[in-house]
Structures are given as C-alpha cells and as structure tokens.
Design a protein around this ligand. Structure first.
Ligand code: NI
Length: 136
C-alpha cells in the first residue's frame, strides 16, 4: 500500500550557470535567469510504501512528518537555494535538481520501516516533477 503526505515550503532561486554568458543564460532559462531571483511556494508530496502493520497503519505519520521536516524542509524552507545550499554552489537549482536533492536528504535520514517510493515537487500550478525512488 502507498500513502502520500503533502508538505509546503517557500524558497527562492535563480536559474543561471556561470559557465554561460548573461545572454546565453537568458536564452536558456528566460525570466528565471533574472539576477534578483524569484520565489516559489513549492508543494512536496512524499509517497511511502509498505505493508499495513498490526495497528492498521502503513507508517507513523508523526515520525514521517518529523523526518521530512528535519532532513528536507529545514534545509530548503525560506532559503535562497543558490546562495544558502552548498549543494547548489555549482549545480543550477532547477526543480529537477531540487527533487534529486530532496530525495538524497530524505534517504540520508531514512529510518522508517516503510520505504520511500516516490516524490513529487510542484513548482507552480503548471509544473510538477515526479521522481520514482528505487529500492531503499
Ligand atoms: Ni523559478
């Protein structure tokens, strides 16, 4: 069985790579290359998978919430992703790369019997990125 819990966090970013000129960055990333950056209200959906245990539940939701908060949300919430996260010092903080980072952060701290199965990060109401997590 699978359970999906939804979390929200606000963060800002700028899509820009120093390997390219300002003009090339603008061509590649459009408005998202604006030097002042911009914010998003991201929605993070975390899906866990496993058997239903003796108390009739798939996962201790408070334990899951605590883990997501400590290991992922605390790192990204209200941050300037480019400047505040060493992981994005040399990696462009697109939502594709943000999803991979959140997966790594969650797997690093994962101590629940249920398996982390899937992540979805919605950046706007038009863009959602899905990441299937392999066996863990
Ligand atoms: Ni953006």
């Amino acid at each position: 069985m699978r359970l999906t819990r939804r979390y929200r966090f606000a963060a800002s970013h700028r899509l820009h790579t120093p390997a390219l000129s300002e003009e090339e960055n603008r061509r590649l990333y459009g408005k998202c290359a604006n030097p002042f950056g911009h914010g998003h209200d991201y929605i993070l959906d975390v899906t866990v998978e496993g058997p239903v245990n003796a108390d009739g539940r798939l996962v201790d939701r408070a334990a899951l919430d605590g883990l997501v908060r400590r290991h992922a949300l605390a790192r990204v919430e209200y941050r300037n992703l480019n400047q505040d996260l060493p992981e994005f010092a040399h990696v462009v903080p697109t939502t594709e790369n943000l999803a991979s980072l959140v997966r790594d952060l969650l797997l690093d701290g994962w101590d629940l019997p249920a398996r982390l199965a899937h992540l979805r990060i919605s950046e706007t109401d038009r863009n959602a990125f899905d990441l299937e997590v392999g066996r863990n």
